[in-house]
Design a protein around this ligand. Structure first.
Ligand code: CMC
Length: 429
């Protein structure tokens, strides 16, 4: 390997592949012509060594526990910024000036209402439907209503679709929640902040006044910021892959929501909280730690480990602090799940298995306890993740569409199935 090329010796031939440098982080070997040159593909299940695209949005250094959006550290954004400011940053690449921010907030709040006819879609779902199932359906259905923002070749339509999704996602999520619990829908209030409006739509009822607690609204805002983007994770890659075929943005985000639902991804905070309930008491932790270490037991400590972070997840630190703030504000002193979480974290951080495998708590470990304290049922946790991640998905989708080198995503395979054989009629099988 030289500074600028990597050599591949193959069948007596020497091939050279360009090494491309990013502004920070690992370089990449550009093997785009490998198949043409050698007739071979690379094999990398789970894409552990594959950069699928070039991006300027988010940078993660998993070994150091660093997460930057457009260069800004996540802790600074979460502690000093607000969610719509982070949305602007992800979409446009720079922090907004005061005027730009006011204009952006105005544009988002003008789109918070959902077409009234769409509210009738909800009644087509069973009341006990998982709200993520409802989210997949409702977001996909946006393309059936907002035809004037589905032409992906028009930059203006792309931006309108982006603003619409950022604006309407809280409304759809809150409606999915209200439908689930059998309460009437609460319409958005544009004078409230993004997070406060969401809490209002979830927890207000028409028969009495509801005042949003500013400490809880700030916690909600932080949770949204912490989940806003995370480079090429499974759901973002899904959105990019769906978008690479030219599918409309609403359909692409619905695909991202479907992928996020899985317990190894967005479903992990729900799974982490369920696990804390299952453990039940601090004295049963060692039993679960042993199960997590046992190769023959499929059990894993939910909320621990990460494909990229081999250090403390920087979002988990802020999440832990936010969790304590929320519990203190609500006067929750003895929370059994929090006690188990703190002890579990302490044991795991000192246990050789977890140290050797670099398994640290991830963001989901504390977000479940916080969301539960805020009043959300576990089934809503992944919905909140989807709501917050929408801006990241959109920013990544826009970046891809605007990339002149963009091609349809089409991975190849190592085929290990049957070779060609003749059809056998049913009676001879
Ligand atoms: N508990 C016990 N062992 C674990 C855990 C865990 N939570 N996570 C990984 N390991 C072990 C695993 O068994 C493997 O051991 P070995 O090398 O002996 O086979 C080793 O650590 C490496 O694991 P891996 O599955 O190869 O690592 P990965 O990068 O493919 O998986 C992960 C990452 C997040 C899917 C995994 O750590 C996991 O399943 N964690 C629990 C689920 C969770 O909390 N997910 C939320 C991720 S953060 C939110 C998001 O970004 O969506």
């Amino acid at each position: 390997m030289t500074n600028s090329t990597a050599k591949l010796e193959f069948g007596g031939d020497n091939r050279e592949y360009e090494i491309r440098k990013g502004t920070v982080g690992p370089d990449v070997i550009d093997i785009g012509s490998l198949y043409k040159d050698t007739g071979m593909f690379t094999y990398d299940p789970g894409f552990t060594s594959t950069a699928s695209c070039e991006s300027k949005i988010t940078y993660i250094d998993g070994d150091e526990g660093v997460l930057l959006h457009r260069g800004y550290p996540i802790d600074q954004l979460a502690e000093q910024g607000d969610f719509l400011e982070v949305c602007y940053l992800l979409l446009y690449g720079e922090l907004p000036t005061r005027t730009q921010k006011e204009d952006f907030d105005y544009r988002v709040t003008r789109h918070t209402m959902l077409h009234e006819q769409m509210s009738r879609f909800f009644t087509g779902f069973r009341r006990d439907a998982h709200p993520m199932a409802v989210m997949c359906g409702m977001v996909g259905a946006l393309s059936a209503f907002y035809h004037d923002s589905t032409d992906i070749s028009d930059p203006r339509q792309r931006m309108i679709a982006s603003i619409r999704m950022i604006a309407k996602m809280p409304t759809i999520a809150a409606m999915a929640y209200k439908y689930h619990i059998g309460q009437p829908f609460v319409y958005p209030r544009n004078e409230l902040s993004y997070a406060a409006n969401f809490l209002h739509m979830c927890f207000a009822v028409p028969c009495e006044d509801y005042k949003v607690n500013p400490v809880l609204a700030r916690a909600m805002e932080r949770i949204f910021i912490l989940h806003a983007d995370h480079e090429q994770n499974a759901s973002t890659s899904t959105v990019r892959l769906a978008g690479s075929s030219g599918a409309n943005p609403f359909a692409c985000i619905a695909a991202g929501i479907a992928c996020l639902w899985g317990p190894a991804h967005g479903g992990a905070n729900e799974a982490a909280l369920n696990m804390l309930s299952e453990i039940g008491s601090v004295d049963r932790i060692p039993e679960y730690i042993e199960r997590a270490k046992d190769k023959d037991d499929p059990f894993r400590l939910m909320g621990f480990g990460h494909r990229v972070y081999k250090n403390y997840d920087p979002r988990a630190k802020i999440m832990q602090k936010t969790c304590h703030e929320v519990l203190q504000e609500l006067g929750i002193k003895d929370d059994a799940q929090l006690d188990i979480a703190i002890e579990l974290e302490r044991i795991a951080l000192t246990d050789d298995y977890f140290i050797e495998k670099k398994l640290y708590p991830n963001i989901d470990f504390y977000s479940g306890i916080t969301l539960k304290a805020l009043g959300f049922p576990t089934t809503m946790f992944t919905v909140l993740f989807a709501l917050a991640r929408t801006v990241g998905w959109i920013a990544q989708w826009k970046e891809m569409i605007e990339d002149p080198n963009q091609k349809i995503g089409r991975p190849r395979q190592l085929y290990t199935g049957a070779t060609q054989r003749d059809y056998v009629p049913m009676e001879r099988r």
